[in-house]
Design a protein around this ligand. Structure first.
Ligand code: VNL
Length: 395
C-alpha cells in the first residue's frame, strides 16, 4: 500500500517535471531570437558585393519587420575581408558561440567552399547570396543558392553570339571557379554552333592587369571578345579596352552581366554603350515587383542602385523567412533546409524557383545591351530565355 502510493507520487512528480520542462522549452523557443549569420567581404577587392548583399538583406528585413512565427529575427553581420580562412573562422564562431540558425552571404566562390564543411558538420543551412561557380551547391547538402550559376549566363550568351553571326571569339576570364565555368560553357556553345575560340585567356583574380591581354586581343582581331570578371572589376576591363583603342577596332564586346554591373555603369560611361551581356537581373527589368524594389532600395541607400548581388541578398532573406514561417518558428537545420527547398516566388529579377533536387536557383536569363537613358547608363533586356536551370548540373 505504502509502496504503491509512493510510486504514484513519484510518477506524478515526474509528470509535472516533464510538463514544466516541456512548457519552458516551448517558451524559451519562442523567446529566443532566430539568428542569421551574414558573412560578407565588407572591405577589400569585393567590398561592393558585401555592401550590395547587406543592403538587400536589410531591405527585406525592414519590409518584413516584426516577429516571424512568434520569433524575432536577429542579424549578425561580419566582414571576412574576402579571405577564405577568415570566412571559415567566423562561420565556426557564429555556429558555436552565437548559435546562429542560418549562415548566409559568401561574396566569392573560395569563401563559400571554405565554409561548406562547417554547414555539413553542424547541419546549418548555408544560403549563398553571391558566389556563382556551378559546383558550390555540391560542396554541402546544406547549401541553398539564391544568386546564380555562371553556366546559366555563359550558355545563353554563347547561343546568342552564334545566332548573331559571331564565329570567331576570344575569351577573357578571371582565373578561378566562376571564370573557368564561364570560359568552358561559352566555348562549348560556340563550338556546338560551328564557331571557334581563337584564344582562351585567364587573368589573375587579385590585382588584375588586363592591358597585356587586351593588347593580344587587338592583334588576334576576333569578331568578339567574351569577358567574365567578378562584380566590381568591370570598370577596369572596360576602361582598359577603350584605352587600348579596342572600341574602334570593331571587336564586339560581349560577356556575362557581372561585367556591366548596374552599380558601376554610370562610372564606366560611353565605352559600355552597346555591350551585350546575359544575366538574370537588370535594374530596368520591367515588372511592378522590381519597380517597387528599386524605389525602396534607392530610398534606403542614399540613391545607390541595386545590382544582382542586392537582389540575391533580398531573395535569400525571403527564402529564410518563408522557411521559418513554414516550420512555424522551429529552427533546426534539417527542417529549415527542407522548407527552403522548392520555394517558388516572384523576385525582382522575375520568376524564381529553388530546385529541391539541386538546391540551386532556376530563373530566366535575359540578353541585355547597355543604353543611355536620360543621361544615365542601363542594361536593357531585349530577349528572355525562360526558366534556365544550371547547365553545369546536368553534365
Ligand atoms: C563570383 C561570381 C563573384 C560572380 C562575383 O562577384 C561574381 C564568385 C564578386 O563566385 O566568386 O560577379
Amino acid at each position: 500500500m505504502f509502496k504503491i502510493s509512493k510510486r504514484s507520487f513519484t510518477q506524478k512528480l515526474v509528470k509535472t517535471a516533464l510538463g514544466v520542462a516541456a512548457f519552458s522549452t516551448l517558451t524559451a523557443f519562442a523567446d529566443e531570437p532566430f539568428k542569421i549569420g551574414l558573412i560578407l567581404p565588407m572591405t577589400g577587392q569585393a567590398a561592393s558585393t558585401g555592401k550590395q548583399v547587406e543592403a538587400g538583406v536589410r531591405l527585406y528585413m525592414a519590409q518584413n519587420s516584426g516577429k516571424i512565427a512568434g520569433r524575432n529575427v536577429e542579424l549578425i553581420v561580419k566582414d571576412d575581408t574576402g579571405l577564405p580562412d577568415v570566412t571559415k573562422r567566423i562561420a565556426q564562431e557564429m555556429v558555436v558561440n552565437d548559435k546562429v540558425d542560418v549562415l548566409a552571404g559568401f561574396g566569392l566562390t573560395p569563401l563559400a567552399l571554405a565554409t561548406a564543411p562547417i554547414a555539413t558538420q553542424s547541419k546549418t543551412p548555408l544560403v549563398v547570396m553571391a558566389a556563382a561557380t556551378s559546383s558550390i551547391t555540391l560542396a554541402s547538402p546544406y547549401i541553398i543558392r539564391t544568386s546564380f550559376a555562371l553556366p546559366q549566363a555563359a550558355v545563353t550568351m554563347g547561343d546568342w553570339a552564334a545566332k548573331n553571326g559571331i564565329k570567331k571569339a576570344v575569351t577573357l576570364v578571371s582565373d578561378y571557379g566562376p571564370g573557368i565555368d564561364a570560359e568552358k560553357f561559352f566555348r562549348e556553345r560556340l563550338l556546338l554552333n560551328g564557331g571557334q575560340i581563337m584564344e582562351a585567356m585567364r587573368v589573375p583574380l587579385r590585382n588584375a592587369d588586363f592591358a597585356p591581354f587586351l593588347q593580344k586581343v587587338r592583334d588576334l582581331k576576333p569578331e568578339a571578345l567574351f569577358v567574365f570578371v567578378p562584380s566590381g572589376q568591370g570598370t577596369q576591363v572596360m576602361k582598359q579596352f577603350a584605352e587600348r583603342g579596342l572600341d574602334k577596332t570593331g571587336i564586339k564586346l560581349i560577356g556575362t552581366g557581372d561585367v556591366t554591373d548596374d552599380d558601376l555603369l554610370n562610372g564606366i560611361g560611353d565605352v559600355s554603350l552597346g555591350m551585350v551581356t546575359s544575366h538574370h537581373y537588370s535594374v530596368t527589368h520591367k515588372s511592378a515587383v522590381n519597380q517597387k524594389f528599386v524605389e525602396a532600395f534607392e530610398k534606403a541607400n542614399n540613391k545607390m542602385r541595386p545590382n544582382f548581388m542586392a537582389v540575391a541578398g533580398y531573395d535569400g532573406t525571403r527564402v529564410i523567412y518563408e522557411a521559418l514561417k513554414a516550420t512555424k518558428g522551429k529552427a533546426g537545420g534539417d527542417a529549415l533546409l527542407a522548407a527552403m527547398k522548392g520555394q517558388i516566388f516572384e523576385s525582382p529579377r522575375g520568376p524564381m524557383f529553388i530546385d529541391a533536387q539541386t538546391r540551386d536557383v532556376v530563373h530566366n536569363m535575359y540578353i541585355r545591351k547597355v543604353e543611355k537613358i536620360n543621361g544615365e547608363y542601363f542594361n536593357t533586356e531585349f530577349e528572355t530565355i525562360k526558366d534556365v536551370k544550371d547547365p553545369g548540373k546536368t553534365q
